[in-house]
Design a protein around this ligand. Structure first.
Ligand SMILES: [Zn+2]
Length: 499
């Protein structure tokens, strides 16, 4: 089907009447079927045009082979918008034609014109991007104080950078112990954000912004990299979350804190989504080591998830057990005094047939327990220092992520000098690399989160050796140390080990 798109602004000065626009377009159609999409009273700058949106969804549904307009500016007055829209057309194999400007992408010359338009659009896009970025991040790059009151635990002091007056932070000797306490309690105990804020209120500690403490104030402090002694791990953590990092990796030497700043949606809490934020090394010294800081970040992330899925404390293997047939997570169900694992693949898109018999929790636990004991003896005999393995493992993953980043950056640079076909190829490669990177990041998370620094291997061994007296939480920690996942079939339990 052919789509005729017409638009007329409120003031009407900008174009022909809708009827005439349709007439012009119809001249380009012979006996094909067509549909007219009309936005009356909408400007070309306004991207929320209802008829235009309908047309786009028809395009995405594959109903349209060509779009005809009376003039190019009916699509958009902005060359950037225009280029974006044409790209969408192209993606869905939709030709585009302007009836008065003789611009038809189904002809070679029309296509060439389109490419020229795109090049200019790209150029404009890059220029704008650069300008915006330069202005926006310039201040932060020099470690300048970026406004507002001093964060809790610090006081504001005047200083000079390259002859310019600015501010930095000194430690607030009266409050810093509470700042350390907040991180300590969150990282090393099971206290919730609410319990930590109660603790501070009971001790009559004043919050930086005044008033009583609450969970969100605590969370903001835990999320604020102003406190961290920023090192390479911090660099990676923010880079992987889409932050723009103003300093080179070499400048993350594990001493100074960071400023995190960027555009903030008014309905969004700061730091929950740091994509497109900028991070730069500040002039003041951080207080919290990066290991503790990152552990807190992962814990905050995870608690957010747990709130959505329930605690699942029924088995020390909760969250690790997967269906051996479809690989989907198996959850614990209770029936009377029995607990069993059930594949949820049946109700999901996977449509798994599931198991032919009930899988009792105790039988899976039994098998895994036995294997855990074996594994532990192996490790004790080999006298391996697991914490070293952990560090090595983390380092290996980190290096792999850096390597992928470099590859992506190389590809992006190549893109500037390539033609369309190569570009397509490069795009696919980048997507691929990005997938790989995501997997590494997940792995990294797992390694960091589950091997809490307060659960050294000696503790884990203790839990396993005194298995029957260990709590579910302790058993869970032990399982988390060693096990990636447990695959369960009707007649088989396979453990996927981390080490
Ligand atoms: Zn299944």
């Amino acid at each position: 089907m052919i789509a005729i798109y017409t638009r007329q602004s409120v003031d009407k000065k900008d174009s022909l009447s809708i009827e005439s626009q349709v007439d012009f377009c119809k001249r380009e159609i012979f006996d094909q079927e067509y549909k007219v999409y009309t936005d009356k009273g909408y400007s070309g700058g306004n991207t929320n045009r209802p008829a235009f949106e309908t047309m786009l969804s028809d395009i995405k549904a594959g109903l349209i082979e060509k779009v005809i307009v009376y003039k190019l500016d009916r699509i958009s007055r902005s060359i950037l918008d225009f280029a974006r829209i044409i790209e969408t057309f192209k993606k869905h194999n939709v030709d585009f034609q302007s009836s008065t400007e003789k611009f038809d992408t189904s002809t070679p010359i029309g296509n060439a014109m389109l490419n020229i338009t795109m090049v200019f659009a790209q150029l404009e896009r890059e220029t704008i991007q650069k300008r915006v970025k330069d202005n926006y991040y310039q201040r932060g790059k020099k470690g300048f104080y970026i406004g507002g009151r001093a964060p809790f635990g610090y006081i504001k002091v005047e200083t000079k950078v390259e002859g310019l007056k600015t501010y930095t932070f000194d430690i607030d000797k009266q409050r810093v112990e509470y700042l350390m306490k907040i991180y300590d309690l969150y990282a090393n105990t099971d206290m919730s954000l609410g319990q930590i804020s109660n603790y501070l209120n009971e001790n009559n500690v004043a919050a930086a912004e005044g008033g009583a403490w609450d969970s969100s104030k605590i969370s903001r402090i835990l999320r604020n990299p102003v406190y961290v002694k920023a090192d390479g791990d911090i660099y990676l953590y923010y880079k992987n979350r889409g932050c723009i990092i103003s300093n080179a990796l070499e400048e993350f030497i594990g001493i100074y804190g960071c400023y995190l700043y960027g555009k903030r949606e008014s309905n969004q809490r700061k730091y929950t989504n740091v994509k497109d934020h900028a991070l730069s090394i500040a002039l003041h010294e951080g207080l919290i080591d990066s290991k503790t800081f990152l552990f807190c970040q992962y814990k905050l992330d995870k608690n957010k998830q747990i709130k959505n899925v329930g605690k699942g404390k029924y088995s020390f293997l909760s969250g690790k057990v997967k269906c051996g047939y479809c690989n989907y997570s198996m959850s614990v169900y209770t029936s009377g005094e029995y607990k069993y694992f059930k594949c949820r693949g049946k109700t999901s898109y996977k449509n798994c047939e599931g198991h032919k018999r009930p899988i009792h929790v105790y039988e899976v636990e039994d098998v895994v327990e036995g294997l855990l004991f074996e594994k532990m003896n192996e490790i004790k005999n080999a006298k391996l220092k697991v914490s070293n393995i952990e560090d090595k493992e983390k380092n290996k993953i980190n290096l792999q992520i850096i390597e992928i980043d470099e590859q992506i950056e190389n590809l992006i640079n190549q893109m500037a000098h390539s033609n369309e076909i190569v570009e397509d190829y490069i795009n696919k490669k980048i997507l691929n690399l990005d997938e790989q990177k995501k997997k590494f990041i997940d792995e990294l998370k797992k390694v960091t989160l589950e091997v809490n620094k307060n659960e050294p291997i000696e503790k884990i061994i203790e839990y396993i050796e005194d298995w029957d007296n260990s709590s579910i939480e302790e058993k869970k920690k032990a399982a988390g140390y060693f096990i990636n996942k447990v695959l369960v079939k009707d007649d088989e339990v396979v453990v996927d080990w981390k080490l």
